[in-house]
Each structure stands twice: as structure tokens, then as C-alpha cells.
Ligand binder design. Structure first.
Ligand code: SAH
Length: 466
């Protein structure tokens, strides 16, 4: 094994030991929002500690190359710190950046992209200031809340980060306030009818999760009761009680999940009342949303994100566009209003059904949606000789497969617009596009979709040179 001089001097042993107490100064913030202090070049990761702060710490773990510690006492305070009135959120991991002021959060997100680019010597690519929100709280239009028994009482809450410790909670801080209220109402109704919450260890009990979605413009609410049991006891009474207490619930669904995994939704849905979908709007278009479909969680910021995609595409009405990873067709339909033809592909069949319904609902006739993987359909479209002027990709965190990049390049689009929710895979994939004759001329645009959390969303416009 190879050791640098410094590591040799360290004698290959941690310079701190478990349970040691010492005073350090925080030098950096990891992409997960933890403070970093160095003791003889050995990094210690510390929750709730910001750069420049001097803190007295207790070492929790001292592995060979890094350790974890907890703050016992803060001796100096960063001017970017927000004093917390409630610690829950930070501890539970709902809002890991809550202690950093919002302007600094936006810069933290921009800097992550800048640093990743510089690591691969792409510092010539500019990154614009992150577009933030005026009110960066209570923005989420979707909640998935576990239901458990605590001291003999049915509770809704959250699991602490990296643990099985369940914390009952009523104000989720980043969720639409009406969603928090609906969760409380449903919780009270489940209590009233003595419904047994799920017990992980025994794999027993009835109700596992409550999922709630709410249309930002329509105010329509969807409630999904995720049950382990196939039958929901007192079903009629529960449905009637929810309808009476929450008249804005337009869709009430039971989802059965009998698996012992931590995947929240099972495959089987049963409509208990109302419709199978709720509606919402984005940039003036109407969208139907099913329980299994992906829908951006921050509607205010999604409108800004899509406007950036639209501006980047620069459509005139003549273009052919591909929207890979199209979900329920939100980007596809936005682009279709200014394009000749839009092809969308999406792997979740319910989402594709929603996309088709949404095209019809908006009287948009120049779209074609396919069920399948983006990888397989991009190749098919390439083989069929489709010549897109613009390709939009909006992949999950793992980014793009090399085969998809290959098909995209072969189709010779003028532009590729990359919407990314993970800067690490974005930068990895950008290198491949740059190697194959594309350039990034406009600054990458981060848009804060997830205030108070460490997630970084961005739009990059790639242009073909060759
Ligand atoms: N552009 C949409 C959806 C983005 S989220 C919007 O803004 O709402 C990414 C989507 O990709 C999800 O709907 C997910 O189901 C889908 N997906 C994940 N892997 C995929 C793959 N290999 N091929 C096609 N779609 C995929």
C-alpha cells in the first residue's frame, strides 16, 4: 500500500481516539452538510458545525483515515448560522442545512458544482448563482410519512437519519402546511378507529405509511394509505371520516405493500373514494398525477426550472425534440407548445398513461410517449432515423448510461439540455459529451428545488460544435 509522507508521519494511526474531547476549528462543509475539522490532516466529520466555527468536540468514532465527532460546546459562531428553535429537523435529516442561512445555502450548492468541475479541469465552465425561493420553507407538495406505535399511541413522524429511531412530528417544516394538517387529521381518524400501525420487527400491523400530495394551484389533495394488510378494517367508516374532515381530498387510495423492504409503495392500488389522480398546473399547463408517477416536489421552483429549459432550447416551432425520462410529460408538453414534434420516454407505465392524458387535457397533439427505458428508446429512435434538434435528459441521481450518451451523440442534435439532480454524475457525463464534440457556452444554472436540504438541481445547455 502506498502512503504519502504525511500519512507515514502519522504512523498509519488516527491522531485522535474514541471518546477523546478536544477543541477544533471547522474548515469546510461536506456535500452532505457536515462540518469538517482537521487534526494533523486527519478529517473529523461533525454534525451541526459550520466553517470558521471553533467547537469543543467529543470523538464518536476514530477510523483509520477519518472520524466522526459531536459538538459539546460551540466556542465561536459563524455569521452564516441560523439559530435553531427546534432541533428535531436537523437531527432527523429532514433539513440538514437548516442551520445555514439561505443565501449561504444557495452559494454552497453553486460551489459544489464549481468544485466538481475544477476536479476534472473544467474550470472554464461557468456556474451561475443558484436561483432561490423567496420563502424557502413549507414548499414540498408531497409527503410520505411512516406510521408507528409509540408508547401505545399511533404516531406519524420521521426516522432519524441512518437509523431506525422514529420521531413523532407534526410540523415538517418543508412540507406544504395543508399537507401537515391532512396528515394530522388522518392520524387522528386512524387512532379513533384503533387501526394498528405497522411493526417492522414483527412485520405485523395494518398501516405503514401515509402519502399525501397536494396541487399547488388546484389545492386538490391525494391521500394514499399504504397498508401491510390487504383489508383495511373499518374501511367505510375511515373513508367517510376522512371525507368529512378533509373535503379537499379528491383522491383517496389504499396501496397494499406486503414486502419487508423499505420501498414505500407496493404495486396494488385500491381506489377508496374520488379519482385515481389529482390535477395540478405548471406554467399554465394542466397535469394529472397518479400515485406512482414522479412529479417535481417544489412547484414554485419547477416553473423556474422549466423556464430555463425552455429558454435553453430556444425553440421556433419547427424543431423535433426528445424528452428522455419524461415522467408525466411535464417538460415534454411545455416544449411541445413551441416545437413541431416531441418524443417522450419513461419507464413507469402509470406515468406514461398520465403523460398521454395530459397531452389530451391540454389539447396538445404533437407528442408521442413510449413506455420503456430511455437507453433502449434512444437507440431505437436513432436506428429509426429520427433527427432531434434538441434532446432533454432529466435522469435520476445515477445519471446517464454511456450507451444513452452514445445514441444521443449519434443523432447529432444541435443541443442537449441536461437537467440534473446530482452534480457528481452531471460532471461525469458532461466530460463524455465534451469529448464527443459538444460545448457548454452558457453558465450551468443551479435552481434550488430543495431548500434546507443538500440536494443540488441544475440545468446545463450543451451545444454541438461538429
Ligand atoms: N422530467 C420529469 C421527470 C424527471 S424524474 C419531470 O420533470 O417531472 C426522472 C424520471 O425518470 C422518473 O419519472 C423515473 O421514473 C424515470 N426513469 C428512471 N429511470 C429511467 C430509465 N432508465 N428510462 C426512462 N425513464 C427512467
Amino acid at each position: 500500500m502506498f502512503f504519502s509522507k504525511k500519512e507515514k508521519k502519522m504512523g498509519n494511526k488516527a491522531p485522535v481516539s474514541k471518546n477523546q474531547e478536544l477543541t477544533v476549528t471547522i474548515e469546510d462543509l461536506t456535500y452532505q452538510g457536515m462540518g469538517v475539522a482537521k487534526v494533523e490532516h486527519y478529517p473529523l466529520f461533525i454534525e451541526n458545525a459550520l466553517p470558521t466555527e471553533k467547537v469543543m468536540i467529543h470523538v464518536l468514532k476514530a477510523a483509520k483515515n477519518y472520524g466522526f465527532a459531536r459538538v459539546i460546546k460551540r466556542l465561536s459562531t459563524s455569521d452564516q448560522r441560523v439559530e435553531l428553535t427546534e432541533k428535531h429537523y436537523l437531527q432527523t435529516g429532514i433539513a440538514p442545512l437548516q442551520h445555514l442561512n439561505y443565501a449561504a445555502q444557495l452559494e454552497f450548492k453553486r460551489t459544489q458544482i464549481v468544485e466538481l468541475l475544477s476536479k476534472v479541469h473544467l474550470e472554464n465552465i461557468q456556474v451561475a448563482p443558484t436561483i432561490g425561493m423567496d420563502e424557502p420553507y413549507h414548499y414540498r407538495n408531497k409527503a410520505q410519512v411512516p406510521v408507528r406505535m409509540v408508547n401505545g399511541k399511533l404516531e406519524t413522524g420521521f426516522f432519524k437519519k441512518n437509523s431506525h429511531i422514529f420521531v413523532p412530528l407534526e410540523d415538517f417544516f418543508i412540507q406544504d402546511k395543508r399537507i401537515d394538517e391532512v396528515i394530522k387529521s388522518v392520524r387522528d381518524i386512524l387512532r379513533e378507529f384503533n387501526i394498528e400501525p405497522y411493526d417492522e420487527r414483527q412485520h405485523s400491523g395494518v398501516i405503514r405509511h401515509i402519502m399525501v400530495r397536494r396541487g399547488y394551484y388546484t389545492h386538490d389533495v391525494m391521500v394514499v394509505l399504504v397498508t401491510r394488510a390487504k383489508r383495511l378494517p373499518m374501511q367505510d367508516q375511515i373513508v367517510a371520516a376522512i371525507q368529512a374532515k378533509c373535503p379537499d381530498v379528491r383522491s383517496l387510495i389504499q396501496n397494499v405493500n406486503q414486502a419487508t423492504t423499505n420501498v414505500i409503495l407496493g404495486k396494488q392500488d385500491k381506489l377508496l373514494a374520488g379519482q385515481n389522480q389529482i390535477k395540478d398546473q405548471l406554467n399554465g399547463l394542466t397535469f394529472n398525477i397518479s400515485p406512482h408517477s414522479f412529479y417535481q416536489v417544489n412547484p414554485v421552483q419547477t416553473e423556474k426550472l422549466y423556464q430555463k429549459v425552455m429558454a435553453g432550447a430556444g425553440l421556433t416551432g419547427k424543431e423535433t425534440v426528445i424528452d428522455a425520462y419524461c415522467g408525466i410529460g411535464t417538460i415534454s408538453l411545455t416544449l411541445a407548445t413551441k416545437a413541431a414534434k416531441v418524443y417522450g420516454v419513461e419507464v413507469v407505465p402509470e406515468a406514461v398513461a398520465d403523460a398521454k392524458l395530459n397531452a389530451a387535457a391540454n389539447e396538445i397533439e404533437n407528442t408521442q410517449f413510449e413506455i420503456g427505458t430511455a437507453e433502449e428508446w434512444m437507440q431505437k429512435w436513432e436506428e429509426q432515423g429520427i433527427k432531434p434538434d434538441v434532446i432533454v435528459v432529466d435522469p435520476p441521481r445515477k445519471g446517464l448510461a454511456e450507451s444513452l450518451i452514445e445514441s444521443a451523440v449519434k443523432m447529432k442534435p444541435d443541443k442537449i439540455i441536461y437537467v440534473s439532480c446530482n452534480p457528481a454524475t452531471l460532471v461525469r457525463d458532461l466530460q463524455l459529451f465534451l469529448d464527443q464534440g459538444f460545448t457548454v457556452e452558457q453558465p450551468i444554472q443551479p435552481v434550488d428545488q430543495f431548500p434546507q436540504t443538500v440536494h443540488v438541481e441544475s440545468v446545463t445547455v450543451l451545444k454541438r460544435k461538429l
